[in-house]
Design a protein around this ligand. Sequence first.
Ligand code: SF4
Length: 395
Amino acid sequence: MKNDHDVTRRHLLVLGAASSAAALIGTGRAEAAPAAPPKVPRRVLGKTKQSIPILLVGGGSGFNGTFDGRIKTALDYGVNYIDTARKYAGGRSEPAAANTLHKLNAREKTWITSKTGSWDAKGFERDVGISLGELKTDYIDLYFLHELDDPRPLDDKELIKTVESLKKAGKIRYFGFSCHSGNVAELLHAASKRSFIDAVMFRYNFRQYGNKELNLAIDAAHKANVGLIAMKTQGSEASFENAWKKFEQTGKWNKYQAVLKAVWADPRITAAVSHMDDMNKLRENIAAALDRSKLTQRENAALERYAALTRPYACDGCEHLCGAALDGQVRIGTTLRYLMYHDAYGERERAKDLFRALDPGARRLSGLDWDKASRACPHGVDIAAHMRRAQEVLV
Ligand code: SF4
């Protein structure tokens, strides 16, 4: 990967980034790296009382195993938060992040979040131990139950005891969960009623502003001082690579920057995690974060039009609804998410690996009545078309 770590003044201007960002950098020579790079804004993460940057580095597609220039650049601009997980990049995300942080001697100034898919006490404790080893650290700032889609583990007394003892031993500082299935609202309400949950990372994007149920749940969690981190901020067009072209660039921001700014406009949300798979995306996101101006009315209207035009491409992950219309174990929302990784995020290998790891029944892409499933979808997602695309690119 290109090891270019400088977000130069010229680059920020080319990106159309705001005069405020450019002003922060100063008026030195056009090609010179800023002596003291500006830092992205920070907010407090709920009851942790810790300040974190509004932009977080997602490790879903992994990092360069030797040295990752994106981490270096992110740190230069105050983006000192890495979000990883046991299973990201086939288990390579944690050690790769650790290698770069070690070379930069930056562990102490970087917040690390990791996650495990083991939701029981034993598996959780085991995976915290593995993560500590892979991350080459004595403590992990925040440890999540990964992809929680069931509130029951949050009442597991053994798990709660284990979390408390790991916190006491200093192995994890804070605890929470990530979620993106159809019951995000239910899980946020659950978090709001449990004092041991410090933070939640959940699917949230500009398409959901009118979602009353989700908004009430966000309100409840925010009121209970649960730290809230947004993920999947791009609004998840599951497929059709050119769906994003329906976003008209009305001002200085492209679609990727505009949707991040839309999420940051919500004061209940502390930060947004972004899987910035190349230096260019990192630069664009830093530029958007550095600029403190809000989206204009015209830009918000463009986002709304874009959301409406691409609604049939976007999946909310509520696969219990469409799945119930079919026999078998097919996982429509999950498949569409992997398709999104493939088509919208460009993470082709990761998408294929994840799809291949599903149970055989969940991987079934033919011989099912997709139209019946589409009729059960409240958003009119064209499931048949997406599944044809999944067959082309994921199998
Ligand atoms: S296809 Fe529709 S019902 Fe199925 S998970 Fe996606 S949004 Fe929900």
